[in-house]
Design a protein around this ligand. Structure first.
Ligand code: FES
Length: 580
């Protein structure tokens, strides 16, 4: 009788195993269930890969092992699952020597990044959030860069819905943008949530088929720009998509491609209430993360929404009682001359003052203030910054006596303003500058939500206990409608010489703790971006107050998304989920 085989675990005699049917042994960091079934011996990890139920308590029939918690079934020989919501369970080699059963506790080596990338695709295809969460954690543990899961999610989202770019791809991009500002422990959960939204949005939808590029000899960027704008203008979706794909695949520079998309996004007034420009800007931000080689499929996913976008000049609010659309068209006409005059001027520095003028009561005065700034040499970036700050001030002054749904009205303008600012930083152009006029009018239209205007806390500058304040903010987020309390705590933190990065990370975590949707991700992304450019200033404090007020108004939720992630995390750490 063999007493020892190098690096293998003795299970017992074959007769004992036959009698008992199953025996559990431990070794190599695993609990291994060894089964005798139908004249053969099999060994698999005893933890069900779904949620850790002991598989030795399952049943075996016809070579199939069934877990008795959620009934996942596995091929006993390979460990492969018949139920994608679980996962393949690891199997181990078994030998029988002189009537003794031995198991090798070292499972076959596998490429962890490849394995978890495949599982992530499975999770997204079947819209199974536990698999998605486990895959993100598995990739992280394998040392994969955040761009590995991000690319998988981006390619999936740009392909598996005929509706093209939507809220979920925007969320996915927002998660990538905010990662550097989060605590290290929160990065995987952020990615998981972004991927989850993409899988959910694509579930049950027809895929998007690739339109081949034109077999054209045309290579002039200005021709593609004109074609693209004309096709979007007449809502010729297929033609616009083929034009854009051709331009990208011809290798036109990213700046030219951005210019043509941003111009088409602003040819009509405030397309789709700012979503068109927001989505376009986000698509370029996503490419900053995953690489320009994904541009063709990513950017063409925008076309469906661009061609079908609602044009705000068709909306009653933009025509009555004041014809805002006509005021904007007229101001647009004046832009070339104003820009020419502005080229002679230098040193304009009135962003904050202009932002406050944008909160005024007269649309004509607002447009005049913008025109005056352009004439005085304001850069496109400065104008974008002013409009973004004005939109955050609307949020900071939003009065909670308004209807709850109106948070989203203010929010919508805010994200459009932030997108415009970022787009102007990327590819400033006279065409894109028209967006400043549009967003300024949306800020004007939201003025009733600041009646009365909520006062922004003006807490004093005595040093504060940052750790204590962050704990209080966390507690307030567990209680409904602590908007003003959170506003004061954030203000106190920022005026109390506390470290702003910790506050930013804490607000990011507050969002991730909830079942956060499109708007929450958008505002956190916008808030982080705008604060980064205003760090340590009064306007920066107003940005974070506005953002925190929105989060506090929308917390707490049922927090189901986070619960799934916590299960995946505990499984990943080898903790027990099932307890009797
Ligand atoms: S099916 Fe095994 S734990 Fe859920």
């Amino acid at each position: 009788m063999a007493t020892q085989i190098a690096e293998q675990i003795r299970v017992g005699s074959i007769d004992e195993l036959k009698t008992g049917g199953c025996r559990v042994v431990t070794g190599g960091g695993h609990a291994i269930a060894v089964f005798h079934h139908d004249g053969r011996v099999y060994a698999v990890d005893n933890r069900c890969p779904h949620m850790g139920f002991p598989l030795d308590r399952g049943s075996v029939k016809d070579g199939i092992l069934t877990c008795h918690w959620h009934n996942a079934r596995f091929d006993l020989a390979s460990g492969g699952t018949f139920n994608p919501f679980a996962d393949d369970v690891r199997s181990f080699p078994v030998t029988v020597v002189d009537g003794e059963v031995w198991v090798d506790p070292q499972p076959a080596q596998r490429d962890e990044t490849q394995h978890w990338s495949g599982r992530l695709r499975d999770g997204m295809e079947h819209n199974i959030r536990l698999v998605t969460a486990k895959s993100v954690l598995g990739l992280h543990a394998a040392g994969a860069d955040y761009r590995v899961p991000l690319r998988i999610g981006a390619d999936f989202g740009a392909t598996y819905t005929a509706a093209g770019w939507g809220a979920a791809m925007t969320i996915l991009t927002a998660t990538a943008n905010i990662l550097p500002h989060l605590d290290a422990d929160d990065r995987a959960v952020a990615l998981y949530q972004g991927l989850l939204h993409v899988a959910r949005e694509c579930a049950g939808r027809p895929p998007r088929f690739v339109v081949e590029p034109l077999p054209t000899g045309e290579t002039r960027p200005e021709v593609f720009k004109q074609w693209f704008r004309d096709f979007i203008d007449v809502r010729a979706e297929d033609a616009a998509e083929r034009c854009l794909r051709t331009a990208v695949e011809l290798g036109l520079p990213p700046g030219h491609i951005a210019d043509m998309i941003f111009a088409a996004s602003t040819d009509h007034i405030y397309l789709d209430a700012g979503h068109t420009l927001d989505f376009a800007n986000k698509a370029f931000e996503l490419l900053d993360h995953i690489g320009w080689e994904h541009a063709s499929q990513t950017l063409t996913s925008l076309v469906h929404g661009m061609a079908r976008a609602r044009r705000s000049h068709e909306l009653s609010a933009w025509r009555h009682p004041i014809d805002l659309a006509s005021l904007v068209w007229q101001a647009r006409e004046e832009l070339p001359a104003l820009l020419e005059q502005g080229r002679q001027a230098t040193g304009w520095n009135g962003e904050d003052a202009l932002a406050r003028e944008m909160l005024g009561e007269s649309p004509s005065d607002i447009l005049d203030a913008i025109k005056a700034a352009i004439k005085a040499g304001a850069t496109a970036e400065q104008l974008g910054s002013a409009v973004a700050y004005a939109a955050f001030l609307r949020m900071a002054h939003f009065h909670i006596s308004n209807e709850f749904g109106d948070w989203d009205t203010v929010h919508n303008t805010l994200t459009a303003a932030n997108a415009l600012h970022r787009a102007l930083q990327r590819a400033p152009s006279p065409e894109l500058l028209r967006g400043v006029l549009d967003v300024a009018m949306s800020i004007y239209l939201d003025r009733f939500l600041n009646m009365p205007a909520q006062r922004i806390p003006e807490t004093g500058g005595e040093p504060a206990d940052g750790t204590q304040l962050l704990a209080e903010i966390r507690e307030r987020m567990d209680v409904r409608q602590q908007v003003e309390e959170v506003s004061h705590l954030v203000s106190r933190y920022l005026t109390g010489s506390c470290e702003p990065d910790a506050l930013v990370a804490a607000l990011g975590r507050a969002m991730l703790n909830e079942d956060a949707g499109f708007h929450s991700f958008q505002i956190v992304d916008a808030g982080f971006s705008q604060y980064r450019q205003r760090r340590g200033t009064e306007s920066g404090r107003h940005v974070l107050i506005g953002m925190a007020r929105y989060l506090a108004a929308h917390a707490p939720t049922s927090r189901a998304v986070g619960q799934t992630y916590q299960i995946a995390l505990r499984l990943h750490r080898g903790e027990e989920i099932f307890r009797e």
